[in-house]
Ligand binder design. Sequence first.
Ligand SMILES: CC(C)(COP(=O)(O)OP(=O)(O)OC[C@H]1O[C@@H](n2cnc3c(N)ncnc32)[C@H](O)[C@@H]1O)[C@@H](O)C(=O)NCCC(=O)NCCS
Ligand SMILES: Nc1ncnc2c1ncn2[C@@H]1O[C@H](COP(=O)(O)OP(=O)(O)OP(=O)(O)O)[C@@H](O)[C@H]1O
Length: 197
Amino acid sequence: MTFYLGLTGGIATGKSTAASYFRERGLRVIDADQIAHAQQAPGQVTWREIKENFGAEFINEDQTVNRQKLGAYVFAHPDELARLSKISHGAVLAEIKQEMQAAKRAGEGVCVIDVPLLFEAGWQDLFDATLLIAAPYDLELERLMKRNQLSREQAKARIKSQLPLGEKRCLASYVIENTGTIEELRTNLQQLLEEIS
Ligand SMILES: CC(C)(COP(=O)(O)OP(=O)(O)OC[C@H]1O[C@@H](n2cnc3c(N)ncnc32)[C@H](O)[C@@H]1O)[C@@H](O)C(=O)NCCC(=O)NCCS
Ligand SMILES: Nc1ncnc2c1ncn2[C@@H]1O[C@H](COP(=O)(O)OP(=O)(O)OP(=O)(O)O)[C@@H](O)[C@H]1O
């Protein structure tokens, strides 16, 4: 039986860092962001819908979606972000389900599904358990500003576009506080893996 572990967090709280650890341990990690990006490749259905709904000004000369520009726009306009989510989520979910089936067919013990918007989308029932990588608000804000080179206001708007971390804490089966070093995070992840394996 495959144990499906849904991995989530706030923006920049450390999901990808946790996902890297699981990959190093040889586990399949299904990455919703990566799936969403692949489905935005020129010519794909999602790409066409983005072009039609948001306009050609969000398409680069090489026909790829200008994600930086689109991100700056949608995170400043909640209704537009909802429109983008609506365009993307059905196809992302279908691909996630396919990859989960592949893990089962391959007889894998644990399969991790990294979904930033797991609780916002209401997908928790798809998984055997959910793991939230959490960090205090100020740390989340600092990491996000630094990594994406955003102003404080831009970073705050991105965090605000998601369900508050406090609410995600109540919904998750497991919560790991990512407030120490990356080594400490890895130790906590190892303990969790031992518990569920
Ligand atoms: C808004 C976009 C253009 C920004 O692109 P960018 O390269 O700057 O960011 P990236 O895709 O790496 O996402 C970074 C983080 O932003 C957050 N985020 C992304 N999409 C959304 C959304 N629709 N609502 C709230 N937060 C979001 C997530 O925490 C994600 O991990 C891009 O995220 C996008 O196309 N989003 C729609 C698809 C989607 O909902 N993806 C999430 C996985 S289901
Ligand atoms: N324990 C830690 N100590 C110091 N830096 C960390 C720690 N954990 C993560 N980081 C750094 O914080 C940033 C955000 O981490 P990461 O990319 O894993 O977050 P994420 O939750 O996947 O983000 P997103 O939601 O945007 O995809 C990265 O630059 C990462 O190297």
